[in-house]
Design a protein around this ligand. Structure first.
Ligand code: PEP
Ligand code: MN
Length: 351
């Protein structure tokens, strides 16, 4: 299935086919809908096929599709988010990134690496350590969103070259942040997964740019964003044509200041009910303190996350960004096997 770019999304209708409805019946409904100009998404499920029709709900109702062969019912999608909604697709989406499966309930993805690419020696050393410890992908920031304009903002395109070298040496797919639309081409050229940072979750123009790059997008929850808002942000990316969006809970602002942010663990099972998209947890930014990262990671695995994105450094005391929350690379293998044991309780193995 493919979602066509720049379509106005109003209130989708979903046409649920009867179990075992023949392919010709599905095709007849798809053609009838497409002829009216609405955007059509066909979603084959294990038992039934659902067909999403986006745009002009009244027009879809008037078609009287219930009378067509193989149609069970026509239902409006009632939630404010549409393409991300589990109403649109009731089976967990999964996709492959460089041979690693994310989502779908059978794998647990460990995305690990430095907050920021600081040098080739640092990045290659951390990459080798996380690879050896069982990581599924390498994270590393090249363009960094910083609260103070005077803080280190990353090495930019030089960092992207280092990440490519790290991928060549380890085989790990690269996750890196798209901070600004002007970097899109450079990020597109090297990233395996395009990260949208918490501060940009509501930068709607940037979400559309990310959705057009043809790469999986890891979308972080805004520090003060509700889960409805997160899923509507995901819709911005999905409507541009990509089907591969990974959601990330990374802690939210609350009255509590003992931890850097408050990890919203309830978000994970809630998201599992309300969206088909994979969900990962970032315990590092939520905690702000490496001593809390492992217990929070175990909890994330236990409540059903599809993976983690975690910061690791070879020399955290001298890190240029987020050292206090970064795991020691020498500890990563032990960390990974501990978390993997918790993911295994839910039947998941490391991707
Ligand atoms: C990061 O992943 O390095 C980062 C800046 O995270 P967030 O956008 O969640 O603050
Ligand atoms: Mn960081």
């Amino acid at each position: 299935m493919a979602w066509i770019a720049s379509h106005t999304i109003v209130k989708p209708m979903m046409i649920v086919m009867q179990p075992g409805a023949p392919e010709e019946a599905v095709e007849a409904v798809r053609e009838r809908l497409a002829a009216t100009g609405v955007h059509v998404v066909v979603m084959p499920g294990e038992l039934t096929t659902a067909i999403g029709a986006i745009g002009d709900p009244e027009g879809v109702i008037e078609l009287g599709l219930e009378g067509m062969a193989g149609v069970d019912r026509v239902v409006p999608i009632s939630r404010p988010y549409k393409l991300a909604s589990s109403e649109l697709s009731d089976h967990a989406s999964s996709f492959e990134i460089g041979g690693r499966t994310i989502g779908g309930g059978e794998t647990f993805c460990l995305i690990a690496g430095p907050c920021t690419v600081e040098s080739s020696a640092q990045t290659l050393s951390v990459a080798a350590a996380v690879r050896a410890g069982g990581a599924s992908m390498l994270r590393g920031g090249a363009f960094k969103p910083r609260t103070s304009p005077f803080a280190f903002k990353g090495l930019g395109t030089a960092a992207l070259e280092i990440l490519v070298q790290a991928r060549e040496e380890t085989g790990l797919p690269i996750v890196t942040e798209l901070l600004d639309a002007s970097h899109a081409e450079a990020i597109e050229a090297i990233a395996d997964v395009v990260q949208i940072g918490a501060r940009n979750m509501q930068n709607y123009a940037l979400l559309e740019v990310a959705g057009r790059l043809g790469k999986p997008v890891l979308l972080k929850r805004g520090l003060s964003s509700s889960l409805d808002e997160l899923l509507m942000a995901a819709d911005y990316v999905l409507k541009e044509g990509t089907e591969e969006v990974i959601l990330c809970e990374r802690g939210i602002r609350t009255f509590e200041t003992a931890t850097r942010f408050t990890l919203d663990l309830g978000a994970i099972p809630w998201l599992k009910l309300h969206t088909h998209l994979p969900v990962v947890v970032d315990p590092s930014h939520a905690a702000g303190d490496r001593a809390l990262v492992e217990p929070m990671s175990r909890a994330a695995a236990a409540v059903g996350a599809d993976g983690l994105i975690v910061e690791v450094h070879d020399d955290p005391e001298h890190a240029r960004c987020d050292g206090p929350q970064s795991l020691y690379s020498s500890h990563f293998a032990a960390f990974a096997s501990d978390v993997a044991a918790h993911a295994a309780l839910l039947g998941k193995r490391l991707a």
